[in-house]
Design a protein around this ligand. Structure first.
Ligand code: LMR
Length: 329
């Protein structure tokens, strides 16, 4: 991975010889951290195919899955440096750069998939992308993975007290860190590519993730107690290096925008189906224990998480929070 990433440290080919009639190909490196057969992996592949087709091969998108170019801790810097042209990090991983994005990590913020769709295709989506622009990043779209579930190594996590004293792998995110602390757990930020290995070494007692990530990476082998809590949402923002985007010919920008809109639509439906299908498959695995969080238990979790909303509002005000809550009510 590292050697490959070093050799990419160069200007991508740009279609700059049109007058001379030279057909240079534009290469876009798209790096991500999850498996190929996941909502993000498949959407990236779909986007690549659409771009190639729509531009008659003038643009080639090369997708690098599984963190093979950059781990999640490195990819944002790599994008800003221009070592890679596209990434699609989870919202949590953007919060270091744009703290207001912490709102998206608040547990039980999104009611369901329709609410998610409303928020990101509406006014809030535009505002979020503008915040990126201010940081020199071209935001192209929001992709969905799905809702996160809780996993335990030795027993199911049902009551808030079940979390006490346990160590949890988290993504780097202040809100998620606080979420586990409020439950009495000990959160440890670990980059996605290291999770499997650290599970093997029994470094933590639990974590949260979507079914497709749990399934594709085999996390359930070590943490077979899965509580269907849908407490948090895992979404992605698809980004392009701004100066790379600015240097693309207008017609190419147009084609990329069209391809992205199509891939995004496809992803919304596909991610839902994939998580549902893989949940059924997990249900049939020996040794995997699924538990549905009850309404009463959910109320208790929500109550525990109230300070997160207060803390967010104190720091950033109510505007974004209310806009999200009121979307499509
Ligand atoms: C994680 O670190 O668990 C996820 O953000 C990975 C991903 O990109 O879905």
């Amino acid at each position: 991975g590292w050697a490959a990433s070093r050799s990419l440290n160069r200007e991508p080919l740009i279609y700059d010889d049109e007058q001379k009639g030279l057909k240079k190909q534009i290469i876009i490196y798209f790096s991500h951290v999850v498996a190929e057969n996941t909502p993000k992996g498949l959407a990236a592949q779909k986007f690549a195919e659409l771009v190639e087709k729509k531009t008659n091969g003038r643009v080639k998108v090369e997708v690098f899955p599984n963190g093979s170019l950059y781990s999640d801790g490195e990819e944002l810097d790599a994008l800003l440096r221009g070592d890679v042209q596209m990434i699609a990090p989870s919202f949590s991983k953007v919060t270091e750069l744009i703290p207001e994005w912490q709102v998206l990590d608040l547990p039980f913020l999104f009611r369901d998939d329709d609410h998610v769709r409303c928020v990101f295709t509406g006014k809030v989506g535009v505002e979020l992308l503008q915040m990126l622009e201010a940081k020199g990043i071209k935001g192209l779209a929001f992709w969905s993975n799905g809702f996160k579930q809780m996993m335990g190594t030795n027993r199911p996590l049902m009551e808030p007290d079940d979390f006490r004293g346990l160590r949890f792998r988290i993504m780097p995110s202040e809100v998620i860190e606080r979420q586990f602390r409020l439950l009495g757990g000990e959160p440890i930020a670990v980059s996605f590519d290291r999770v499997y290995q650290e599970l093997e070494q029994h470094k933590f007692d639990g974590q949260e993730n979507t079914i497709s990530n749990i399934y594709s990476k085999g996390f359930y082998k070590f943490q077979p107690y899965i509580t269907i809590s849908n407490h948090g949402y895992l979404g992605y923002v698809v980004m392009m290096n701004q100066s790379f985007w600015d240097r693309l010919p207008k017609d190419i920008q147009q084609k990329i925008t069209e391809a992205m809109a199509e891939a995004t639509n496809w992803n919304l439906q596909q991610s839902k189906e994939q998580n549902e299908r893989e949940l059924q498959q997990l249900e049939q695995r020996d040794g995997v224990h699924l538990y549905m969080l009850s309404e009463t238990e959910k109320k208790k979790w929500e109550q525990k998480f109230t300070p997160l909303y207060e803390e967010f509002a104190r720091q950033f005000g109510f505007k974004l929070l209310n806009e999200i809550k009121k979307s499509c009510e």
